[in-house]
Each structure stands twice: as structure tokens, then as C-alpha cells.
Design a protein around this ligand. Structure first.
Ligand code: HEC
Ligand code: HEC
Ligand code: HEC
Ligand code: HEC
Ligand code: HEC
Length: 224
């Protein structure tokens, strides 16, 4: 698809116009504020062009105003994006293609993950990574509990074995030794006391330093 970059420069305008139009007919709901509310992109994305994630949307601006008015008035169940299409995993994967992926999202479309999907959007990048919230990861570090509660290792190398960690409900410990995607050349520790503390993990989720080291097996690519 051809992305018109001058339209990008008008990003603010594209958003401001319909919002102003709606303001003019005095429809004010909480849903409206979400249309303009956005914070900074996360650190890794400061050099990423907005159109890397936001492609130009479907429908004319007039149609979009009508659809969003209907939404605000409760006549539609979904709002539409002004000028831009919703951000999906396709955009993310176009730059973050990682053949070593330990937890590929497509795997979690399988029926056996239906229950997990109802509480955690594991089959979508934005299910765990919200943008414009100034953080890398937007889910709890205990997310492993959704799928690994039957964990038993044949020759468990840990001082406190994995099945014991499960019994102890120690879900905050997992990321202390394993990254999620397997994209760091980090080797898992074998002593629980060597695991990165949960504070270090939470700090990393929130744009702090990376406990597994700055080296990546696959760096994200982008052309621009
Ligand atoms: C890494 C991907 C990414 C980049 C880069 C990015 N965004 Fe976003 N943006 C998102 C996601 C995800 C959302 C959540 C809404 C959605 O899914 O469309 C969003 C939402 C928004 C919204 C709110 C739209 C609405 O309908 O609520 C605006 C406005 C916005 N972005 C502007 C920008 C601008 C301006 C830039 C460039 C400075 C930018 N974004 C860069 C991913 C990105
Ligand atoms: C146009 C290319 C591009 C797109 C699209 C893109 N990214 Fe990125 N992303 C990058 C680059 C470049 C980096 C910084 C280098 C790196 O960390 O590999 C980065 C960094 C990140 C980081 C932080 C890595 C770190 O260690 O700080 C996360 C998390 C991330 N991206 C997730 C996403 C998600 C989720 C999406 C889709 C909503 C997305 N990206 C879309 C290029 C992109
Ligand atoms: C179920 C939750 C979940 C989903 C879904 C998810 N991530 Fe992550 N992601 C994480 C967690 C947790 C971390 C921090 C641990 C780590 O670095 O692996 C992370 C870290 C990252 C990083 C930084 C480390 C690295 O590998 O460079 C990038 C980039 C990233 N994710 C991109 C993506 C993309 C792209 C998708 C969709 C294809 C995606 N994530 C889907 C949970 C998730
Ligand atoms: C949505 C379900 C789901 C979640 C959430 C999840 N995993 Fe997994 N994980 C899997 C599946 C499925 C496999 C593959 C198992 C297999 O192939 O037998 C796997 C494999 C692994 C492996 C082995 C990878 C390999 O190369 O053999 C590790 C380590 C792992 N997960 C750690 C974690 C950690 C740590 C978390 C939390 C941060 C986590 N997982 C969250 C489903 C999940
Ligand atoms: C003290 C460090 C440490 C902690 C904490 C830890 N692991 Fe591990 N884990 C390892 C090591 C070491 C291995 C074996 C080598 C490897 O696969 O990296 C391993 C292996 C695994 C495997 C692969 C099993 C296989 O068959 O290959 C999975 C899945 C896994 N861990 C999940 C988890 C989950 C989920 C948690 C949280 C309950 C957790 N780990 C906590 C260090 C740890």
C-alpha cells in the first residue's frame, strides 16, 4: 500500500478536525477523550516513523465522523479510527521478525489456548505491549502462570525445582531467569538466589535497563 507521507504530517489535523466537529454538536463522552489521548512512544521507537504502525484508514473522514458519532450515541458497538487503521501484529512483525521466537503468537490461536485468550491477549503483540504509555511491557510479570502450571522438568537443574516454584506460586520468579521471547543470548541461572529480582523485571517493563543485557539475537529492522 502507498502511504502518503504528507497525510502523516497532517496527523494532528486529521484527528483535530473530526474531534472539533463532534465538539460542535456538543457530544461529550469519555470515549471521545481516548481519541486524542496518547503519550510518548517507548524508547525503542523514538526513531520509528508513525506510519510504521499507523497506516491510512478506511473510509472518508466524513464517514468516520458519522461512525464515531453513532458510537458516541450508543448506536454502534465499535468506534472507528480517524484517518488511520488499528495497529495490528502485522505491523509489529514487519520489523520484529524473529525466527528464534520461543512463544510465537500464531501458536496461541489454537483452541487449547481459548481460556488463556479470554484473560490475556496472547495471540497479539499489543495484547502485552501497549504503545504511547511509555513502557515496554504492559502485563504482569506473573503471566507465565496462564500456561505453565503443570511444569515438571525431567532433569531439573535448579536448586529449587520448577515444580516446587509452581507449588509455591512463585510466578514472579520466572522472568528472573528466562526472557519471554528467547531473543537474548542470556543463559538461565540455576540458583534461585541468582535470579534477577522482580524489581529489576518491573523496571525493565517500564523502560528501565534490560537485565538480560543489551545484546539481542535478532535486532529489529526498519527502513526509513
Ligand atoms: C510501535 C507502533 C506505534 C508507533 C511507532 C506509533 N504508534 Fe500511535 N498507536 C499505536 C498503538 C498500538 C495504538 C493504540 C490504538 C490502536 O491500536 O490503533 C496507537 C494509538 C495512537 C493514537 C490514538 C488513536 C485512537 O484512535 O485512539 C494516536 C493519535 C497515535 N497513536 C499517534 C501516533 C503518532 C503521532 C505517532 C508518531 C509520533 C505514533 N502514533 C507512533 C502504535 C504506534
Ligand atoms: C518500523 C519498524 C518497527 C515497527 C513497525 C515496530 N517496531 Fe518495535 N522496535 C523497532 C526498533 C528499531 C526498535 C529498537 C531496536 C530493538 O530493540 O530491537 C524497537 C523496539 C521495540 C521494543 C523494545 C525493545 C527494547 O529492548 O527496548 C518493543 C517491546 C517493541 N519494539 C515492540 C513492538 C510492537 C509491539 C510493535 C507493534 C505495535 C512494534 N514494536 C512495531 C522497530 C519497529
Ligand atoms: C504474552 C505476552 C506477550 C506477547 C503476546 C508479546 N510479547 Fe513481547 N515481550 C513480553 C515480555 C514479558 C517481554 C520482556 C521479556 C523479554 O525481553 O523477552 C517482551 C519483550 C519484547 C521485546 C524486547 C526484547 C526483544 O526480544 O528484543 C520486543 C521487541 C517484543 N517483546 C516484541 C513483541 C512483538 C513484536 C510481539 C508480537 C509478535 C510480542 N512482543 C508479543 C511479552 C509479550
Ligand atoms: C499462552 C501460553 C504461554 C505463556 C503465557 C507462557 N508460555 Fe512458555 N511456553 C508455552 C508453550 C506452548 C511452549 C512450548 C512447549 C512445548 O513446545 O512443549 C512454551 C515454552 C517455554 C519454554 C521452553 C522453550 C524452549 O525453547 O524449549 C520456556 C523456557 C518458557 N516457555 C518460559 C516461559 C516464561 C518464563 C513465561 C512467562 C514470562 C512463559 N513461558 C509464558 C506457552 C506459554
Ligand atoms: C533460578 C532460575 C530459574 C527460575 C526462577 C525458573 N527457571 Fe525455568 N529453567 C531454568 C533453567 C536453568 C532451565 C534449563 C535450561 C534451559 O532450558 O534454559 C529451565 C528450563 C525451563 C523450561 C524448559 C523446559 C524444557 O523442557 O526444556 C521451561 C518451560 C521453564 N524453565 C519455565 C519456567 C517457568 C514458567 C518459571 C517460573 C515458575 C521458571 N522456569 C523459573 C532456570 C529457571
Amino acid at each position: 500500500m502507498n502511504v502518503n507521507k504528507s497525510q502523516l504530517r497532517n496527523f494532528g489535523l486529521v484527528l483535530a478536525l473530526p474531534v472539533a466537529a463532534i465538539g460542535a454538536v456538543s457530544v461529550a463522552t469519555d470515549n471521545m477523550s481516548s481519541l486524542v489521548a496518547h503519550g510518548p512512544v517507548q524508547q525503542g521507537h523514538v526513531d520509528v516513523d508513525c506510519v510504521g504502525c499507523h497506516s491510512i484508514g478506511v473510509g472518508t473522514v466524513r464517514q468516520q465522523i458519522q461512525a464515531n458519532l453513532a458510537y458516541a450515541l450508543g448506536k454502534r458497538s465499535t468506534s472507528v479510527n480517524f484517518g488511520f487503521q488499528p495497529v495490528t501484529s502485522i505491523q509489529c512483525l514487519s520489523c520484529h521478525d524473529r525466527p528464534n521466537e520461543r512463544h510465537p503468537i500464531y501458536r496461541f490461536n489454537e483452541p487449547r489456548f481459548a481460556d488463556v485468550r479470554s484473560s490475556l491477549e496472547v495471540n497479539s503483540c499489543v495484547g502485552c505491549h501497549s504503545e504511547h504509555v511509555d513502557s515496554r511491557v504492559s502485563v504482569s510479570e506473573t503471566l507465565c502462570s496462564h500456561c505453565h502450571d503443570d511444569l515438571v522438568l525431567k532433569n531439573d537443574p535448579l536448586d529449587v525445582q520448577h515444580d516446587q516454584l509452581v507449588v509455591d506460586d512463585a510466578w514472579s520468579s520466572c522472568l528472573g531467569c528466562h526472557d519471554f521471547h528467547g531473543n537474548h543470548p542470556h543463559e538461565s541461572q540455576t540458583l534461585l538466589s541468582d535470579a534477577f529480582p522482580v524489581e529489576a523485571i518491573r523496571d525493565y517493563f517500564g523502560n528501565g535497563s534490560d537485565p538480560y543485557g543489551s545484546q539481542k539475537i535478532y535486532e529489529a529492522t526498519f527502513d526509513d
